[in-house]
Write a protein that binds this ligand. Sequence first.
Ligand code: FAD
Ligand code: NAP
Length: 541
Amino acid sequence: MSSDARPDFDAVVVGAGFAGLYTLHRLRGLGLAAVAYERAGGVGGTWYWNRYPGARCDVESLHYSYSFDADLEREWDWTERYAAQPEILAYLNHVADRFDLRRDIRFETTVRSAAFDETADVWTLDIDPGGTTTCRFLILATGCLSDAQVPPIPGLDSFAGRWYHTGNWPHEGVDFTGQRVAVIGTGSSGIQSIPIIAAQAEHTYVLQRTPNFSIPARNGPLDPRVLRETQENYAVVREAIRQSPLYFPVNFDPRGTLGVPDDEFRSIIEDRWEGGGLGIAATFADILMSEQAAERVAGIVRQKIRAKVDDPAVAERLIPTTYPFAAKRLCLDTGYFETFNRDDVTLVDLRDGPITGIVPEGVATGQGTIEVDAIVFATGFDAMTGSILRIAITGRGGLTIQEKWAGGPVTYLGLAVHGFPNLFTITGPGSPSVLSNMVPSIEQHVDWIADCLVHLADHGVDVIEAEAAAEREWTDQVHALGDMTIFPKANSWYMGRNIAGKPVGFMPFVGGTVLYRQICDGIAESGYPGFSLGARVNQPA
Ligand code: FAD
Ligand code: NAP
């Protein structure tokens, strides 16, 4: 592009999930020419792709929803404590319609590459279909859990039946009636889908490599009175959430676990178990900080699991023992452990013999072949970096994001990357993102970026770039904080350990959303220290 030509757009947004939709709305409000490209055929992101049976949120819907528009808050009636995928997708479609967002979204369009032109300070994108487009600002709303992974198990092509990944589920649904089904994976997606698949299939084999801690969701219809009261008082409710370190209400006891007498401790944790929800991990100050503290909670949770499973040998196999409580993402379930009391469900513990391949008849393991008609991969995602690294992004001096992050992601605030000017990541690695209720985290990032763009315009600045030193210092802090917690003790996707060859390191910022927001706000108020702000190299004629 010649240095005096205007780019096609002020900003391009990649993705049309919770993040992309709100970004587009804010950019429009600033009077910017913006477009969003979305690989999917519709809006929704996570909630477009993950249509597997039982998919629902595990942060309460009253909180897992946008707060940016008071009318939207009042007019949308959630029906359950944790809405199911169709309802969340309907909500996001409603948002797209209500704010007339679709006219600036190109669906079924993938951004393949983006290159920064240093002579014009413009991003040039290769989009498919569509060719080339240019923009001043590139905003990656590509999602932390959007790059679904089918493990590289040999022989999948030879399988005589049908196979599915939870993160790319057929829109028409799947009828497992009369079928023998193997579900591979017992993370949140497996734990949500297995009870429903088991209720339908002729026989369900659950292939478990690592057992997971799961807490009862205690889902149910939302009490209309609670809904109405929340809608009438949303400003107060949202402010309380803004002051919570996870962006959802937690009944936090500031004491350290180890100082609490046994009886009291048990009664508090049992209370949390009865209430259900992820907040159990934040019951005491040190659960996520100390293996000993986490173990005290784990002891009670293990007893609860034993009480649910009739066969003691099966129960022991379902009980996690090799990593601290909550060091892998906690799961919420509805009847997961009880499912193993069914005659038509078999737990296949892969620690007795791993999967060796897929054969026409089913899944071959070190314990023999499990003959099935269908395989469900509930095997997760290349989290936090996968969808960014799938785009060939080239910054200053020909440096690619793949080269830059070869040793693991480095960012400033999880929002920007040195060497990649005018590029922002939403809930990127180095921000609280997946350790929080993600909708408020998304809103915080989008608002920060929007305010930043206003600042740049007001000060005649065209180019913003994270400085190398600030980025290094921030990333070191993210790692140092992570090392103070129990998270590195598990083979989790937080650590990148679920993907062969992926650099290992704790990716999110664990200091909490409140501290993080204060840091971001402080940086904005102080004129963006840690960022270099510049005029364009070549001003248009
Ligand atoms: P996404 O919703 O992932 O959207 C990203 C979009 O970008 C996708 O549609 C993708 O197709 C598109 N895209 C990516 N790359 C490209 C490209 N190169 N070109 C074009 N388009 C591209 N979080 C919570 O806080 N609470 C929950 O209860 C919760 N439940 C979850 C349940 C499931 C099953 C999963 C998988 C995740 C869940 N999460 C939850 C995390 C969830 O991902 C976020 O809450 C939120 O939906 C993320 O929104 P997003 O817009 O950032 O990303
Ligand atoms: P996940 O947590 O990464 O779980 C993947 C599962 O597949 C694990 O049990 C893993 O075992 C197993 N697995 C992977 N490769 C395997 C292989 N080659 N052989 C055998 N087993 C294999 O993925 P997920 O369940 O899709 O969840 C990802 C995240 O999305 C969650 O942590 C959560 O943040 C979000 N989510 C939320 C909800 C919700 O309730 N709202 C629902 C779904 C997802 P190992 O543990 O041994 O690696």
